[in-house]
Design a protein around this ligand. Sequence first.
Ligand code: ATP
Ligand code: MG
Length: 284
Amino acid sequence: MTQIYKDANGRHHMEGRKGTIFTVFSTAYAVGKSLIAVNIAAELAKQGMKVCLVDLDLQFGDICYYLKLNPKKTIADAQRAMKANPQDTVAVEFLTKYAAGGVSFDVLTNPKLMEEAYNMDNGIIRSLVQQLQLEYDYVIIDTTSTFSALNLSMMDLSTLINFVGIVDFIPTIKNMKRGSDTLKELGYDDSKIRYVLNRSNAKTRIDVEDVEAILGKHFDYVLPNDFQTAQNSVRSGVPFVLEARHTPLAKELISIVDGYVRPDTEQKEEKTENHGSWLSRLFS
Ligand SMILES: Nc1ncnc2c1ncn2[C@@H]1O[C@H](COP(=O)(O)OP(=O)(O)OP(=O)(O)O)[C@@H](O)[C@H]1O
Ligand SMILES: [Mg+2]
């Protein structure tokens, strides 16, 4: 039976309605976190879910740019309201709606001013996200590539962490390895982490198998490099799962979301380990 309960701020909620939180994280810049976050949100919304996307790249957030949003209110306004009147501040009043082709979801956008971004309070952000979790089926969080207190706090709240990597240069792989080891040291259950390799067929001299051997894990999902589809989507402001659904990039992204929504359809390929390469020796 559904029950009504009061949260710490005295607000009323329906028991049992606690949404799923997906965080998109990486240890390198420009690996595709924001584009992936936007498309996961759009695909979940297309599948009929109530979705909120949160841009926690506070200083340099790209979500407004990728979705061509012009928000009236941002997370900084939500913080001001929360400080002034914690009892009556409702996170949903600070969202911006995104809509395209019959699909819509809400976005909590990053601050407009650098000063506001600098002065954001992790505790307030956390309680805003927790409020959203009670209102939405899915809360998708875009982050920065650092092990900051804010990102760790979001990973703690998360149902799943999408750890995005690309295979380009040795330092990127070193940081991916450090990131994955750090998540392990911090005690995150491996089943809570999904390793997503983006731009997989980009030209590089490094083999994915070698990187997997270094990481000691297989990538759960592999997204192809598709400059045109990614660029078109950013230019038009329409996520590629909506405007370019037939492309291999969109199809793979959709299969990630399908796997999350219906876990029994999630398919994992068994692969053999490869220990002997020059790259793995470099890290041993
Ligand atoms: N699979 C892909 N194929 C081709 N280009 C891609 C792909 N994924 C992302 N890109 C492009 O890579 C660039 C970086 O993507 P994005 O901004 O999503 O990365 P990010 O990890 O959020 O970066 P930042 O660390 O700056 O926040 C963008 O120009 C985007 O269009
Ligand atoms: Mg980004």
